[in-house]
Design a binder for this molecule. Structure first.
Ligand SMILES: [Zn+2]
Length: 494
């Protein structure tokens, strides 16, 4: 036996007989931190009480990859490398992976995924609150194919319900809580001869009248007023002349607010509230002015719904709608800034509620065609050029990693989108530009992509669902997306 073999033999013996504290790496900081994590996990006890309140927060398009970018961005804002940063929902004890496909789509859209989360069934791409037996766009097929939404079910249980989004309130994800439509595009008008359903904006006010939505805060003012009506910001509506759903809501006793000041002054005593803070989608977080943040809207909704629901509690859906829009534009800077605003909203919801009686579910409806290039050293700006690993240190060398064409590349890229390197109209001659770090870090930078498309696409990859509170432990394993509804429903009824 050689010396080398003897040593290996001895090492094997000592390792198998050792406790974790006796291992040679026991003093290592990573080792100790992991031991602490294990100790915390061993302490966890499932909560099988009834969930008085249920809150689902959806970051639209924030799959596991997009979420990685936001984590690094948030950590780097605080001066760290970013990798070890922990977002508020990443401390939640329970987690599952979610399969997001629609009945007829390998790559889902937000209407089909929203319907899965909010009704408990998967359905087709592009439709809301109906099963897959409808034909998209054909109103005659809706009869008999409508399904109940969680807002309707929770209202039946005596709970107050609300919807909050930075997108138009008539957009797919917020509408999945109250609308039944054969096409998500019927936001403010219907095709000729469609008499079997109302347009989505009308359905929201119908829901407020029926009491199945008590608080609705978001964008999309233009879809509630006629072409002849000028809004508070001097812009015309999109509905038929003379139609004014905001006036109708006010006649029903709903408080209407249109800016951050108005929301700050509105009553949170249980009176219904309609907040329409922008003509179309609300502003990106990077430009936001005169509008409440997602966290502020979440706080307002929780206060108002708590007052309305009383002992029966409430159900609230919160959506960060513009994370998705920034990715469609391949504009990673705004994607992560809105992603951070979403994390702030999660922290707000958690701070204002009690883990003992409130189930908080955090998820995305789908991922995007985003990807992360390597090999970058620690501390590489997540929005910038990939910097070389320093073999002698922890932080990157400050030298951009170069591809085979001799050019640097950003960490974040999209496989398709407006930043395609095949686009001749950008003077790129069909090749990759010599991107500087300054250009890469510009707020308006469009990430490089391969396949040319005006709008980058979703992807069908899994997303994560994080949860805490009563019955959160039911979210485990790899789940079909519609299971999320069943866990929320079970938690509220047990
Ligand atoms: Zn989208």
């Amino acid at each position: 036996m050689t010396f080398k073999h003897t040593l290996a033999f001895l090492m094997t013996l000592s390792v198998t007989s050792a406790t974790a504290e006796e291992l040679p790496q026991a003093g290592n900081a990573w080792f100790k931190a992991a031991q602490d994590t294990l100790a915390e996990t061993l302490k966890q006890q499932p909560n099988t009480d009834t969930a008085k309140n249920v809150i689902i927060l959806i970051s639209d398009g924030n799959g596991v990859g997009s979420n990685y970018a936001t984590r690094l961005y948030s950590g780097q804002l605080e001066g760290g490398y970013g990798d070890d940063y922990v977002q508020p929902f990443e401390t939640f004890p329970n987690l599952a992976l979610v399969k997001t496909y629609n009945v007829n789509a390998q790559t889902p859209d937000s209407a089909g995924t929203g319907t899965a989360i909010m009704t408990g069934i998967k359905t087709n791409s592009g439709v809301l609150g109906v099963n897959e037996n409808v034909r998209r766009g054909d109103c005659t097929t809706i009869v008999g194919n409508e399904v109940a939404t969680l807002n309707e079910v929770m209202t039946d249980m005596g709970k107050a319900t609300g919807v909050v989004s930075t997108a138009r309130l008539t957009h797919a994800t917020p509408a999945s809580g109250y609308a039944h439509t054969v096409d998500r595009r019927f936001e403010y008008k219907l095709p000729e001869g469609c008499t079997q359903q109302a347009d989505i904006a009308t359905q929201l006010i119908d829901a407020m009248e029926a009491g199945t939505i008590d608080i609705a805060l978001g964008g999309g003012r233009r879809n509630f007023i006629g072409k002849d009506i000028t809004d508070e910001e001097g812009r015309k509506g999109k509905r038929a002349k003379g139609e004014n759903l905001i006036a109708r809501a006010e006649r029903l006793g709903v408080q209407y607010v249109w800016d951050d000041m108005g929301m700050a002054l509105a009553k949170t005593d249980g009176t219904p509230v309609l907040g329409l803070f922008e003509r179309s989608h609300m502003m990106y977080e990077t430009e936001r002015t005169g509008e409440p943040s997602l966290a502020e809207m979440t706080a307002f909704a929780i206060k108002a719904l708590s007052a309305k629901g009383g002992d029966q509690g409430f159900f609230l859906q919160v959506e960060a709608g513009r994370v998705d829009h920034a990715s469609h534009a391949s504009n990673a800077a705004r994607m992560v800034a809105d992603g951070k605003a979403f994390a702030d909203a999660v922290a707000m919801a958690d701070a204002l509620t009690d883990d003992g009686d409130t189930l908080i579910v955090v998820t995305a409806d789908h991922e995007h065609a985003v990807a992360f290039n390597g090999y970058c050293g620690r501390g590489t700006n997540i929005l910038g050029l990939c910097m070389e690993i320093d073999d002698a240190g922890v932080e990157h060398t400050g030298e951009p990693a170069l591809a085979k064409d001799g050019k640097p590349y950003t960490v974040i890229g999209y496989l398709n989108g407006p930043g395609s390197i095949l686009r001749k109209d950008r003077n790129w001659n069909g090749g990759r530009p010599d991107l500087t770090q300054e250009e890469a870090l510009d707020i308006d930078n469009v990430q490089q992509a391969l396949i040319p498309r005006s709008s980058e696409t979703h992807s069908g990859e899994d997303v994560a669902v994080y949860a805490k509170g009563p019955w959160a432990h039911l979210l485990e394993g790899t789940l079909e997306q519609n299971v999320i509804f069943h866990v929320m429903y079970h938690a509220a009824t047990q």
